[in-house]
Structure formats: structure tokens, C-alpha cells
Design a binder for this molecule. Structure first.
Ligand code: S6P
Ligand code: ZN
Length: 213
């Protein structure tokens, strides 16, 4: 049984109307807004400090009061129950922590189930890792649809100079498991700003967690 706390951000007061009747919302492909939305959540650097590789830079930024909004999500008014299809938009701010691009926390779903991503604006990468440790990256450019099969942890990274916006749809009872990736030290690959664009490098946080071999 997993803790409900990690899904708190996705929960909101679902209106009786939206839960039981067809409805329509509008996606703004430029801003990433979902109107009307059933709620939203924001993650600042301080909400996900341990996700970044360079902990010295994180500490320095936070100590100097630099706590940027990394991303914001707008959730549709859909119950997190079996049979429903939950969806939300995410807007990732451009920027880096050290050389590592702003990104989402990333998660598995408790119930191994598929998810569909639609990129709306900006440029980014989606990184995905299976329970067996296979790694796949996909580019996020406007109109790209990425299918995430059951069992693949997923994280999105803004590699552009503007906002990265996308929509994701997942099973209502999928749940969000952040702890499984965190306990391993995060994803095995990280996305940094290189001289000629985004550079994928093996993560050193895995070593921190596993210790010397
Ligand atoms: C939900 C889906 C996305 C993310 C969102 C924030 O299953 O994968 O909508 O929730 O992009 O990322 P995270 O990893 O902080 O939940
Ligand atoms: Zn997901």
C-alpha cells in the first residue's frame, strides 16, 4: 500500500458535473494553460532540491534566496478512480541548476500503466527508464506524441530557451511513485547544457547512493 501523500498535488475537489458528465476544456498550446482547470501545483527548486546532481549549486542558490519556479501543472477536473482518464498540462521554465536543465521530478506509476504525452510548445527531452534499467529518450517538439509503456519511469527536461509545455494523460488509479527513483539516486542519465546543445551524461548520484563498488 503506498502513501497517499505523494498524490496530494494531483487531487482536488472534483465537481460532480465533471465526474459524471462529458465536458470540454481548452488547451492553450502557447502558454500551456488548461481552462477551466480543476487545480494546479507548483514545484520550486526547494521542492525538489535533491533531484539535481550538483548539490553545492543547489545549496548556494537556495541560501542566496534564489528559489525559482521550475514548473507548474494544471490538472483536469477528473477523479483519480479506476475507469477515468486523468490529464494535466505542465509548463517548465527555461533554466539550469549548474549545467543541468530544469526538469520534472519524474516518477513511476504505482499501477504499472501507460501514459500519453503531447508536446505543445518549446523544446525538450523526455527521458524514460524501465524497471530493468533500459533507458530511452524522445524529443519533445510541438505536436510530438510520446507513448510511455507500463513500467517506465518518466521525466521531462526543458532544453530550450523558452517555456516547454505539454499535456499528459494517465489512468485515474495509476498513482504517482516518486520514491522508487529517488531511492536509487534518480535516473541513470542526466541532461546538461553542452557547448553544442543538450548533452546526456551518466548520473553521478547513482554512485552516491550505491557507494563504492
Ligand atoms: C503525470 C505526468 C505529468 C507529470 C508532470 C509533473 O502522470 O507524468 O503530468 O506529473 O509533468 O511531473 P512530476 O514528475 O513532478 O509529477
Ligand atoms: Zn506520469
Amino acid at each position: 500500500m503506498h502513501s497517499e501523500a505523494s498524490d496530494a498535488e494531483f487531487d482536488h475537489d472534483v465537481s460532480v458535473l465533471a465526474a459524471s458528465r462529458p465536458f470540454q476544456v481548452v488547451l492553450d498550446f502557447t502558454t500551456g494553460l488548461l481552462t477551466p482547470s480543476g487545480g494546479s501545483f507548483v514545484r520550486r527548486l526547494s521542492d525538489m532540491a535533491s533531484a539535481y546532481e550538483d548539490q553545492e549549486v543547489v545549496k548556494r542558490m537556495l541560501a542566496s534566496g534564489d528559489d525559482p519556479v521550475i514548473y507548474k501543472s494544471y490538472c483536469a477536473d477528473v477523479p483519480h478512480e479506476p475507469g477515468h482518464l486523468a490529464f494535466l498540462t505542465t509548463i517548465i521554465t527555461p533554466g539550469t541548476v549548474g549545467s543541468e536543465f530544469f526538469m520534472t521530478k519524474g516518477h513511476h506509476h504505482y499501477r504499472d500503466s501507460a501514459e500519453l504525452y503531447l508536446a505543445m510548445s518549446g523544446e525538450g527531452l523526455m527521458i524514460m527508464e524501465s524497471h530493468e534499467g533500459d533507458f530511452v529518450q524522445q524529443e519533445l517538439v510541438p505536436s510530438a506524441l510520446v507513448y510511455v509503456p507500463p513500467g517506465w519511469a518518466h521525466r521531462t527536461v526543458n532544453t530550450g530557451s523558452g517555456r516547454l509545455t505539454f499535456m499528459a494523460a494517465y489512468f485515474g488509479d495509476a498513482g504517482h511513485d516518486y520514491a522508487s527513483m529517488e531511492s536509487m539516486g534518480g535516473f541513470s542519465i542526466r541532461v546538461h547544457r553542452g557547448d553544442d546543445g543538450p548533452q546526456l551524461r551518466p548520473s553521478t548520484s547513482r554512485d552516491r547512493v550505491e557507494g563504492p563498488r
